[in-house]
Design a protein around this ligand. Structure first.
Ligand code: 6GU
Length: 234
């Protein structure tokens, strides 16, 4: 997968991309992530990228010219159309696991992280193919959401996670939360690991985990369960 990210704060996003799973995925050549400073395409000697909103109101709006120039330049370097040009915005479709799964099948993505009061609407109308939000709350920019989206996609790419089953057994991946996890020691501050997990009985462990997942989902996120699992409310 090839991901380009346009941002006004390139240094804000670099460190998370250089650690842990995202770092390893890039080192293994499973994903290429390129961070681009919007100012590279800024206007004039001050490399202007934003301006006051027409009609007044607070905040600054990212001007269309740098974004149009940036997208055109990256598109040209890529040599083929992007599968999606995604603008991160609280107005967008809320990211969930099915959307992450679908986007993880893309070969080339361009992400635009807005800032200030957002970007000129003409960029959204003419260039953006999809708008994504990471939840119903407001953040100060699209950088953290872009990182969230990248992490959610990259961990799904074949070969990124060590254990091939790991991504499939995640909470949400099949609509249920994950089972509780335990490691050593078997007894800690009077709390013990459930016997079944140390029994060596793989069948029993599997059914225990399934039970735990259903029980936990019922208790914490009943909205995730299909109708036949819902408690009767008569
Ligand atoms: Cl994508 N951007 C901003 N600024 N705030 C958000 C968001 C995105 N998703 C949730 N809140």
């Amino acid at each position: 997968m090839h991901i380009d990210l346009i941002t006004v704060l390139p240094n804000l996003v670099r460190s998370p991309l250089d650690h842990s799973i995202l770092q390893r995925a890039q080192e293994k050549g499973l994903v290429e992530i390129h961070v681009h400073d919007l100012r590279e395409w800024g206007l004039g000697s001050y490399r202007q990228i934003d301006d006051l909103p027409y009609g007044g109101g607070g905040g600054m709006v990212l001007r269309p010219e740098p974004l149009f120039a940036g997208v055109a330049s990256l598109q040209k370097d890529l040599g083929q159309p992007y599968d999606e040009i995604i603008y991160l915005t609280p107005d967008g479709e809320t990211l969930d696991q099915p959307l992450a799964n679908r986007l993880s099948l893309c070969k080339n993505l361009l992400l635009i992280a807005g800032h200030y009061k957002g970007i000129d609407q003409r960029v959204r109308d003419a260039l953006v193919t999809r708008e994504v939000s990471i939840g119903d709350y407001v953040l100060s920019g699209g950088e953290l959401p872009a990182l969230v989206l990248i992490d959610a996609l990259v961990r799904l790419l074949p070969g990124v996670l060590g254990d091939a089953n790991s991504a499939l057994s995640d909470s949400f991946q099949d609509g249920l939360l994950d089972a509780p996890a335990y490691t050593r020691p078997p007894e800690f501050k009077g709390m013990s690991v459930p016997d079944v997990l140390t029994s060596g009985d793989h069948g029993a462990i599997l059914s225990w985990r399934e039970e735990q997942r259903t029980e936990k989902t019922q208790r914490l996120r009943p909205d995730l369960l299909p109708p036949e699992h819902e408690e009767s409310v008569e």
